[in-house]
Ligand binder design. Sequence first.
Ligand code: SAM
Length: 651
Amino acid sequence: MVERHVEARGVHDAAVLEAMRTVPREAFLPDHFAEFAYEDTPLPIEEGQTISQPYIVAAMVEALKPGPHDRVLEIGTGSGYAAAVLGEIVEEVYTIERHRVLADQAERRLRELDYRNVHVLCGDGTLGWPEHAPFDGILVSAGGPEVPRVLIEQLAPRGRIVIPVGPDLRDQRLLRITKQPDGNTNTEDLGGVRFVPLIGAGGFAEAAEAPTVERISRPEPAIAHLIREACQPISDIGEVELGPLLEQIGDARVVLLGEATHGTSEFYRMRARITTELVMRRGFNIVAIEGDWPDAAQVDHHVRALEFRVREDSTFARFPTWMWRNREIGELITWLKSHNELIKDPQRRVGFHGLDLYSLYKSLDAVLHYLNDVDPKAAQIAKERYACLSPWEQNPALYGRAALSRGYAECERPVVAVLADLLKRRLDYARADGDRFFDATSNAHLVAAAEEYYRVMYYGGPHSWNLRDQHMFDTLERLLAFRGPDAKAVVWAHNSHVGDARATEMGAARGEHNIGQLCRQSFGDAAFSIGFGTHTGTVAAATDWDGPMQIKKVRPSHPSSYERLCHDAGVPAFLLALRYPARDAVREELASPRLERAIGVIYRPETELQSHYFQAALPWQFDAYVWFDETRAVDALEPEAAHAEIPHVYR
Ligand code: SAM
């Protein structure tokens, strides 16, 4: 741990590294977490608090510049681990913890490990410990709204305070304040961090502690019990009775099926089961996925046995391949094909489509290919217009920068012109083949949206996310319009796309919207969104973008999360109605915001809280929720299949 997580990330102070090697972290953890002791992650301890991530402890202690003769005050003893690390380095450590249970426990542990130079006090650390002041260093292990004045007063000349400061738990900076001999201070910003709140006279008010928990009227076990009583258990994905769910869905035109990861088998299988029911019992005829249009078009061609020729090309071969190249999707495609074969009316056959916009160059090729067949002169003009994008094929993200540095988004007008020309000739072209024309215009729409996407991506902020989800929603609307007034669509995308963004941090704090929100705003009750969740198990994900797929362990869910409540319900898998709950109290009790986990194609368990949890209000986000307590990674198809054409992949 010290080598891989602490030293490798830039902590070099020999005394700190030696102390980290010496203190047995497992001795400061509840027994059931001992096996995670040398993972570089914060872990839950009693009283809803955490033991800090080892790297953070090391980095903070190093930032404090501790010397062997120093007297140091620590605020937020927690488990006592950081106090022990300090105890290895400095002469005396005074540590204060506001929770009696934690203070007593830490004192006992430190005594057992024979840290005679570490002294524990139960009280409000923001008042300092005047009897032992002044201190050469003060380390604050909880985040406050500002630096408590009293602490600066209790600092010796040249003394340092290291403290996380910020207006709320998600926006803290780690500061080092150094007291000059003349009493003035000098402040350095060491970077962004996220700590539990510092509660006390010089910190947040008591009510700020665990903000997601204290607003909840019932104790956690009672809510878990309520879930247990109100849910419909799932004993077998293939067998579970979906009548009650279909009843809730009613006449919805759009059903959105989420997933809490991009690589969990149960999510795929349950979504396939719901999809087949919707097709058979509710006349759904569109499956629209968070995947690329041209790739899905090949599958569509295969399952609907369309007559026009599609380009033979590798399908779903770009990162992350496992998202659509997997056995679970293969089974759905086989089912769709055989289902469609029995349907005479082509309009009622179920189509398979991609909503995403990452296929700029494939789509551009598809437009040219189409025009070449139907109108070679127009193809030549389109080719010239699209040429402006060609230098960026290897790295379209660079296009954003280039467009900016030349002061004008050069490709915008020509790509929109291609689309406009296509639409103008709608009547001439479409007569020959509606499906094929629709495919070409969808690709042209995609090129126009992607051009804009890469340009705004360069600026960061919510714009690129919004543009992408807007494009997905627009594509969905076009699909529904194209298939006629009776068309009904099932959307497969991540929870973060299908749950209403207004009920989550992404909408409330970052101004992002998503397909789920746009569908609700547009279709009202005729849109029905289902979220999915898991407690633990394995998942297919990468560590970095474009990195290899790995089967990773999903950490047990966070104690303050919706997932933990579902886990505590003690039902291995279930369906929970949220729009029309079996008991009204379910909605009320779950409405107070809590943490929710989102694992994407990247999973970083070592920084899980920071990287994968966000605040949400579940019953506002989804109309129903599907739970699998323990899940396994999706069954990705072997790499050798990765270059084959899609229908072959799935056969
Ligand atoms: N250093 C600890 C460790 O490694 O185990 C981690 C500490 S945890 C991140 C922060 C702790 O600060 C919690 O135990 C919390 O109860 C405590 N705390 C918050 N406000 C406090 C205050 N005003 N005085 C003392 N302790 C406080």
